[in-house]
Ligand binder design. Structure first.
Ligand code: 2AM
Length: 179
């Protein structure tokens, strides 16, 4: 099974982000209920490994915290824009939680993640969208910002790669506690 660790977003946040889902031809928008912030992507694991990850995540204890969303950015490769995302304000509690999730996964027997953590919430995946359209979209929405929301937990997610795009299932929830 294909697993990752994520923060799911409260309904009002998903609703606010949904307003960004238009005005870009060729974009495949992420369904509002699937919007999330990935802390760690493990990829294919077996049932035993999934249990070890779950046990290690259960041992994480950090207080709940607020997280601010601001700005829109993109990932590019081979001179094309591949995805569009909303960014997160710099957050020490988020980095601490991500660090703990990373250590938990390593404790469960996985190789450390070598890529730097770049927190983002993917809004759309793009195929052959002309760069001018992306520029126009950024002109309109690039400074998007909204009120901070409370992060009260994180989740172990399973991803199914369907023909119509990825589908996510929540396998386990790990609540954070009062600050
Ligand atoms: P993305 O939104 O930028 O694609 C499930 O695929 C989640 O894990 C997505 O949030 C995805 O980020 C993230 N992820 C991180 N590394 C990944 C990888 N190597 N392959 C697929 N998804 C990855």
């Amino acid at each position: 099974m294909r697993l990752f660790i994520a923060i799911l977003l409260p309904e009002p946040v998903r609703e606010a982000l949904s307003e960004l889902r238009s005005g870009l031809p060729g974009a495949r928008w992420v369904e509002p209920e699937a919007l999330h912030l990935t802390l760690r992507f493990m990829g294919e694991v077996d049932a035993g490994e999934a249990e070890d990850i779950d046990a290690a995540l259960t041992a994480i204890h950090v207080p709940a915290f607020d997280l601010a969303i601001s700005g829109i950015g993109s990932f590019q490769s081979r001179r094309r824009v591949r995805s569009l995302w909303v960014g997160l304000g710099r957050s020490e509690p988020l980095e601490r939680l991500q660090g703990k999730a990373e250590s938990a996964v390593v404790r469960a027997g996985f190789e450390p993640e070598r890529r730097k953590f770049k927190p983002h919430i993917t809004l759309a995946r793009l195929k052959k969208t002309p760069v001018g359209h992306v520029g126009a979209y950024m002109e309109t929405h690039g400074t998007f910002a909204m009120a901070a929301f409370a992060v009260t937990g994180f989740t172990l997610m399973r991803s199914y790669l369907n023909r119509d795009g990825p589908h996510y299932e929540t396998l386990a929830k790990y609540p954070l506690h009062g600050p």
